[in-house]
Design a protein around this ligand. Structure first.
Ligand code: PLP
Length: 423
């Protein structure tokens, strides 16, 4: 493959975009390929190379790059008609009604523009509701680029995970290991009266893919209720991907107080949302006194795309298709690993998958042991090889990958062939 044009664009980008990109994960080594266009489950780069795409925009593209016809028609209609007004539109109400109808925890919702915005507002809402400051999060979890959750450490020893965040933010956040009932109980025994919320992805999807062990989410539900704290599920990735239209909370049968969304509910356009019981969400301004606002929030084009996206999923066999391909891909990769690299593991559920290059396997607590994962081997060797074989994976060893409705059995077969050769 030649990458002359991508190289040239990257050199240009480096002088005007920080790191040459607008989101740090895109800065793949030695330089990213620049995308010219998408085509179904594939992307074509600026040099004309074609890749089977499992990045899928980091999760939003449930249908791949060709959205179903009603989505495209709705996007055209709403962009031609406005595209935005700073006044409410019917499509925002319709989209909210759909989400509230299907997701167990949601009676009322506020749409925003990114997953980060959603988790920021969810934490604010929990703090306002309880009058408490502390939040418990999971080690290895990710809730976007927000100050309260960009921390690392363990109870009693927590620090910001990037420069630019005051230590005082870390004082209010307690990261605990996922799937570890004992630690969360200890933390509540010690700080229960100060904890506003436990916030977790129902399936950790940013540290490999780690499912909750039986009963863990219910324990979080019980313990938060006991202590008058809230339970927040961050379903930015799992929302409308895992567990179909009921999302992961439906799959696991545990209903949080607040749910954050992003990605799929915007139908490929920037989005986030905070949903929950009406009495909680109603506290946002203007009805309540918890400040929340956004110039682009509930953007008609996004709402229309998101709404038609979910409608299409309700009326077609979307989840059957993507989940079956996910199963086939995981089974195929598992066979190949057994044969060629038995020390590695394939993880995932529904339409999410990832191969973990860690010789210690994947523990239910933190997912892969980050310190022992062979990240260089994944990022600098295997990922590159897969790309050279025409398969686009997430370059970070810990980020999830996604199968879309546009993927076919032939894509899966070709991907497995590439896996064999690349390994
Ligand atoms: N929460 C989770 C679970 C995520 O995976 C992400 C992003 O990947 C976010 C929040 C932040 O979303 P955004 O990148 O739209 O701000």
């Amino acid at each position: 493959m030649r990458h002359d044009e991508s190289r040239r664009l990257y050199d240009r980008a480096l002088s005007v975009l920080a790191g040459g990109v607008n989101s740090s994960v895109r800065a793949t080594q030695p330089y990213p390929f620049f995308v010219e266009r998408g085509d179904g489950a594939h992307v074509i780069d600026a040099d004309g190379n074609r890749y089977i795409d499992y990045v899928m925009g980091y999760g939003p593209l449930l249908y791949g790059h060709d959205a179903p016809e009603p989505v495209q028609a709705a996007v055209q209609k709403h962009s031609a008609a406005g595209p935005m007004y700073g006044a409410p539109t019917e499509i925002e109400v319709e989209h909210a009604e759909f989400v509230a109808r299907h997701v167990p925890s949601v009676e009322m919702i506020r749409f925003v523009n990114s997953g980060t915005e959603a988790t920021v507002s969810a934490v604010r809402l929990a703090r306002a509701t309880t009058g408490r400051d502390k939040i418990v999060i999971m080690q290895g979890g990710y809730h976007g680029a927000q100050e309260s959750t960009l921390v690392k450490g363990e109870p009693g020893n927590v620090h910001p995970s990037t420069r630019g965040i005051p230590d005082s933010f870390a004082e209010h956040t307690i990261p605990v290991p996922f799937n570890d009932e004992e630690t969360v109980r200890e933390v509540f025994e010690q700080h229960g009266d100060d904890i506003a919320a436990v916030m977790t992805e129902p399936i950790l999807a940013n540290t490999g893919i780690v499912a909750p062990v039986d009963g863990y989410l219910q324990t979080l539900r019980d313990i938060t209720e006991e202590h008058g704290s809230l339970l927040i599920f961050d379903e930015v990735i799992t929302g409308f991907r895992v567990g179909g239209l009921q999302c992961a909370q439906g799959k696991f049968g545990v209903t949080p107080d607040i749910t954050t969304f992003g990605k799929i509910i915007g139908g490929g356009f920037p989005v986030g949302a905070i949903g929950g019981k009406a009495q909680l969400v109603e506290q946002f301004t203007p009805g309540g006194d918890v400040f929340q606002s956004g110039t682009f929030s509930g953007h008609p084009v996004t709402m229309a795309a998101g709404h038609e996206y979910l409608n299409f999923a309700a009326e077609n066999d979307v989840y059957d298709h993507v989940n079956r391909l996910g199963d086939d891909l995981r089974a195929g990769i598992s066979d190949i690993l057994e044969d060629q690299a038995p020390e590695y593991t394939v993880v995932g559920t529904d339409s999410m998958f990832k191969t973990m290059f860690t010789r210690d396997g994947v523990t239910p607590k933190n997912g892969a042991d980050v310190s022992k994962a062979e990240t260089d081997r994944w990022e600098r060797v295997f990922w590159q090889e897969m790309k050279d074989h025409g398969v686009f994976l997430t370059a970070n060893q810990f980020e999830s990958q996604f199968v879309s409705y546009a993927h076919t059995d032939e894509d899966i077969e070709r991907t497995l062939e590439a896996y064999k050769e690349a390994l």
